[in-house]
Design a binder for this molecule. Structure first.
Ligand code: SAM
Length: 238
């Protein structure tokens, strides 16, 4: 089966109906990912079926815990080659997206993807989350923050929660060990004024590995002290 047919059928199983334009965008993104990956380290996953499942379908799993039709602004922290941000932007084009990564080469790739796919209302920013979260135009500005495979939950919450508006959400994409991270993140939740509202456990097709979506609600404004300066959250997690 050709790429677009496969993706269309797989997405339908998740009750996502992709238009011809969205299928073209996914195919172009896939081709750019594979081509650029020859000269730049973007992903270890390159097999067509695996990219569909572990990058595209996994990225869209956020909709299991969030009503995406109510989200107007979303930031993806540590987006790398654009996961989960680019698949979410393709499927929800009306959401304004900011993608953040500390590696400038990857941000360059994302700007090429943005141009080639004609994605409007998407900005790729180079910088560390700890620094960008102090920028007035970004702090407490987003309905939703998403992040996959960047840091443990305490560190990541310190990166992500400051970007979220009060009563907005942070959805952390995790594997099984996310459950231990939750146990260790209680102090962090208190300090940052947020709470874990839901933990969704699921499996992708033909993949044994358990996946978790941790949905965290920001209940009040983040104290000015956070995030601490770049590097401190990892050295000394809350
Ligand atoms: N989220 C993508 C995914 O799931 O495929 C990429 C995951 S990759 C393992 C982690 C990414 O986070 C890298 O691209 C790295 O440059 C970025 N990163 C790590 N620490 C960061 C920070 N403090 N601020 C911004 N980006 C960061």
């Amino acid at each position: 089966m050709e790429f677009k047919e496969k993706l269309k059928a797989r997405a339908l199983k998740e009750e996502i109906s992709l238009s011809p334009k969205q299928l073209d965008q996914f195919e172009l993104f896939y081709n750019m990912l594979i081509e650029t990956n020859k000269s730049m380290n973007l992903t270890a996953i390159t097999d067509e079926d695996e990219v569909i499942e572990k990058h595209f379908i996994d990225s869209l799993s956020c909709r299991r815990v969030m009503d995406m039709t109510k989200v107007k602004t979303c930031i993806d922290v540590g987006t790398g080659a654009g996961f989960p941000g680019i698949p979410l932007k393709i499927v929800y084009p009306e959401i304004q997206f900011v993608l953040v990564d500390s590696l400038n080469k990857r941000v360059g790739f994302l700007n090429e993807v943005k141009k080639a796919l004609g994605l409007e209302g998407l900005e790729a920013l180079h910088g560390r989350a700890e620094d960008l979260a102090r920028d007035k135009s970004l702090r407490a500005s987003f309905d939703l923050c998403v992040s996959r495979a960047v840091a443990n939950l305490s560190v990541l919450s310190e990166y992500c929660i400051p970007f979220v508006r009060t009563n907005g959400y942070f959805v952390s994409y995790k594997g099984k060990k996310g459950l231990d991270e939750i146990t260790n993140a209680q102090n962090c939740m208190n300090v940052l004024g947020c709470k874990i509202e839901n933990v969704d456990e699921f499996h992708l097709e033909e993949d044994e590995a358990e996946r978790l979506l941790i949905k965290i609600k920001k209940c009040k404004g983040t104290p000015k002290l956070y995030p601490r300066k770049a590097g401190t959250p990892t050295k000394n997690p809350l």
